[in-house]
Design a protein around this ligand. Structure first.
Ligand SMILES: Nc1ncnc2c1ncn2[C@@H]1O[C@H](COP(=O)(O)OP(=O)(O)OP(=O)(O)O)[C@@H](O)[C@H]1O
Ligand SMILES: [Mg+2]
Length: 586
């Protein structure tokens, strides 16, 4: 190969060899006589480069004509370039290979010989990509099949060697031959091996699919959202260390002494009362497992989840004995257990105590009474929202058995709320520091409820993820706060009369208690009675409730059965319980 063949044409960009060869512009200093063998090589390359593109412009047609003939030549012989190889290999008996066609091709080749003085140089400009394409072309299954269609026995074909030779002959010393060689090595040589390659491509896809179902979120926002879930309890509760220690020392003392007692815990919603007690119990259970303290039984009842206070007996006995019996039977069993000489200590958590305090207050009286017996090993932790519930609502004999151990959970300050949220985020960069502080300040100003602070932060991450931005800013928080507090539903509730708000609260409490959306006026009446009693308001009559329900239905805040106007009238909320909270409790 002459030096001129290998020298790239000045001004020719890589990959444009085909265009140059088609334009057939003589290159300076290059004459056809100087490079007699090159036109064949060029036509070969052109034919490979544009086999599937029938040219439309006249200039391109010239190229196509050459390519076409060369394609056929290529199919006929395993080597596309070398004359010596052509002479060795027998011609292909293809339907296209008619004598007339062959003649035309010969003419075209001659024509190319005449008009392609600059072509070899253009070809020498092949980019690595282009040359790779040339050498890789037979690896395409269809082309490969075409090659195999040739009558030449496969064993006599030295395709790899030929390809290498052709590359050596026509490509300038660049990285192209190497990469082409690599690709050739990867080229499947038999159908079976090509199937293997296919399988090889499938397996990573399956692995990828398996890997695409991560149980944990990967984005910073996703992680933050998971951490901000109210139900996700952190291993330690920041800002409640004192309360944690008070409750823990109270129970562990009772367990160690083998005595009974009661602690009354109060605080506004979301101040961590239930969470702290749960953490204490878990810690003590772990200590009992490790043999550090005497093991004990733990039972929890929630007044809001009881259909009536006596269900508490059923629940307590069911947990202790794993048997479900009627309330009367459960009471008998419990009296036998707690009035006698129990062997093991039992710790009872009565959450939402307010809802167990009916008129008779017999259930709470019995439970507290068991703690005061001579051999009692029964400790009770009672939780309610109001600090003065024992004095204001409970009867004297009940309050007397409650004892004087009280613990008040103060609403969180903004610094505490900020610490709680940041502790949950655990270094995750999903929030600007100002944004967390804004949430903390807003919530602390209204209620000091950690649940609300976590909710607002979580809601902002959801909105942000929809918009595809990475971190929550102060503006995002303001948007969420506006949505929450200035929403039309919240405003509508805020504009209701005091009595209507009480009815909405009673419906919400009943819905939360039963977990069923639909209720009746008959069911919300007792809820209203206790709310009015707790808040010192005048008790509403059934007629009042029915009238208020009609007004609320007219304003669209609740759904009320149209046909019925009596105490069994079915009603359900047309707003979320959260909206009621934001409008009434915040
Ligand atoms: N100190 C804290 N650190 C982290 N999370 C907290 C903390 N305090 C409260 N929370 C979160 O707030 C949620 C509500 O707390 P919790 O249920 O204990 O409140 P509560 O005082 O019992 O409210 P309610 O009176 O409405 O029952 C908890 O599930 C917890 O996720
Ligand atoms: Mg609670």
């Amino acid at each position: 190969m002459s030096k001129a063949d290998k020298t790239p044409i000045k001004g020719v960009t890589p990959g444009k060899g085909a265009r140059i060869s088609s334009s057939m512009t003589p290159t300076k200093g290059t004459t056809p006589s100087k490079s007699p063998a090159k036109p064949q090589a060029v036509s070969s390359s052109e034919g490979e480069d544009e086999p599937a593109k029938p040219s439309r412009t006249p200039r391109a047609r010239k190229v196509y004509a050459v390519s076409s003939s060369e394609d056929e030549d290529e199919i006929t012989t395993p080597s596309r370039i070398s004359k010596a190889r052509k002479s060795k290999v027998s011609p292909l008996k293809s339907p296209k290979d008619s004598p007339a066609r062959s003649l035309r091709h010969r003419d075209q080749i001659k024509k190319t010989d005449r008009y392609a003085p600059g072509v070899p140089a253009a070809h020498s400009n092949l980019t690595p990509r282009r040359s790779a394409r040339i050498s890789m072309s037979p690896s395409t299954p269809s082309l490969r099949q075409k090659v195999l269609m040739a009558n030449t026995p496969r064993s006599s074909l030295p395709p790899l060697k030929d390809e290498d030779e052709s590359e050596d002959e026509f490509v300038t010393p660049s990285k192209a031959p190497k990469s082409a060689k690599k690709k050739l090595e990867m080229t499947p040589t038999t159908p079976s091996s090509s199937r293997k390659v296919g399988h090889g491509f499938l397996s990573p896809v399956v692995a990828d699919r398996e890997g695409r179902a991560p149980s944990t979120p990967s984005s910073a926002l996703g992680i933050a959202r998971a951490q901000l879930q109210v139900s996700t309890l952190p291993t330690s509760l920041p800002c409640r260390e004192k309360e944690f220690n008070d409750i823990k020392s109270f129970i562990s003392r009772k367990i160690q002494d083998g005595t009974g007692g009661c602690m009354y815990i109060s605080g506004v919603p979301g101040t961590g009362k239930t969470a702290t007690v749960h953490t204490v119990v878990k810690t003590l259970q772990k200590m009992a497992e490790d043999g550090k303290i005497t093991s004990f039984d733990f039972v929890e009842v929630n007044g809001l989840r009881m259909t009536e206070p006596r269900q508490a007996y059923v629940r307590i006995w069911q947990i202790l004995s794993k048997n479900k019996v009627t309330a009367d039977q459960a009471l008998k069993h419990l009296e036998t257990k707690f009035l006698g000489k129990p062997k093991r200590c039992t710790v009872l958590l009565v959450d939402e105590l307010d809802y167990l305090c009916n008129r008779r207050q017999d259930v709470i009286y019995n439970i507290l009474d068991w703690t005061t017996k001579r051999y009692s090993k029964f400790s009770v932790l009672t939780i309610a929202n109001t600090m003065d519930l024992p004095e204001r609502t409970l009867k004297g004999k009940v309050t007397s058995r409650m004892g004087l151990t009280r613990l008040v959970f103060q609403p969180y300050t903004y610094q505490q709320l900020e610490e709680i949220v940041l502790n949950r985020l655990d270094g995750c960069k999903a929030f600007h520091a100002d944004a967390v502080q804004l949430v903390a300040r807003k919530v602390a100003a209204v209620s000091g409820d950690a649940r609300r602070a976590l909710d607002i932060c979580r809601r902002s991450t959801e909105i942000l993820e929809l918009e595809g931005r990475p971190a929550v800013s102060v503006l995002d928080i303001q948007k969420v706060l506006t949505q929450i507090f200035a929403g039309s539903r919240v405003q509508a509730i805020k504009n209701c009369s005091l009595m209507a708000k009480l009815v909405l609260r009673a419906i919400r409490d009943e819905v939360l208690r039963t977990g069923v959306e639909e209720t009746t006026v008959a069911y919300i009446h007792p809820q209203l009675v206790s709310i009015c009693a707790l808040e010192g308001k005048r008790e509403l009559t059934v007629t009042d409730i029915l009238r208020i329900c009609s007004n609320l239905a007219d304003s669209g805040l609740i759904f009320a059965e149209k046909e019925r106007k009596d105490i069994n009238r079915k009603i359900s909320l047309n707003i979320s319980t959260d909206d009621i909270h934001y409008a009434i409790d915040c």
